[in-house]
Design a protein around this ligand. Structure first.
Ligand SMILES: [Zn+2]
Ligand SMILES: [Zn+2]
Length: 196
């Protein structure tokens, strides 16, 4: 596995800056991969891994970088739960491990580098030094990745009869004998509303 320092250089380039979230994300991904025994996630093992990420912050980019799992490859699954947590699924073995960043890591950072200001720098230094056990809790879990959710699945494409837009991956609802897209089936759940 690539070193933390190497990965942080790449993470900084990809994300635009180095920050505490990047360091936490890189380390979280390294821990998940290490627990699964995956050493070359962007090379020989690149088809082995699916990652579920529970937050869309700086760490998310870092986790995508280290694991090679990307939204556009369907290997990165976003669950908008606002938690600094990710689950790494080994498709070969069927094993999965969920890693959560511990709440007291900021306090540990303060204890470790009390004189360093600002807090962001304090955390960046500490998140390199603290042990995995100080930063994270891990839990072996079961994740059922449906065949239709796997990377590389094409799936059929359905045209919504109401709006005329194409829908992939079975993201439609049967309603009154029609296959409607989600935004036509449940207009109140739309994230957008047309301008009147
Ligand atoms: Zn950042
Ligand atoms: Zn529609």
């Amino acid at each position: 596995m690539e070193s933390l320092d190497n990965l942080l250089v790449k993470a900084e380039a990809a994300h635009g800056h180095l920050c505490a979230g990047q360091i936490l994300g890189v380390r979280m991904a390294l821990l998940g991969l290490q627990l699964l025994g995956i050493n070359d996630p962007r090379g020989a093992d690149r088809k082995r891994l699916v990652t579920y990420i529970e937050i869309d912050r700086c760490a998310t980019d870092a986790i995508g970088l280290v694991t090679g799992c990307r939204l556009g490859k369907r290997a990165l699954k976003f669950r908008d739960w606002g938690k600094m947590a990710a689950t790494f699924v080994d498709l070969n073995s069927g094993r999965a491990v969920r890693v959560v960043a511990l709440e007291d890591s900021r306090e540990l950072a303060r204890q470790l580098f009390p004189d360093v200001e600002p807090k962001s720098r304090q955390q960046m230094l500490a998140y390199r030094e603290l042990s995995d056990a100080q930063l994270f809790r891990e839990q072996w879990v079961r994740v059922r990745v449906d065949a239709s959710e796997l990377p590389g699945t094409k799936g059929e494409r359905v045209i919504c009869p109401r709006c005329g837009e194409g829908v992939n991956f079975g993201r439609f609802v049967e309603s009154d004998g029609q296959s409607l897209c989600l935004s036509c089936a449940e207009p109140t759940l739309r994230y957008w509303q047309p301008e009147s």
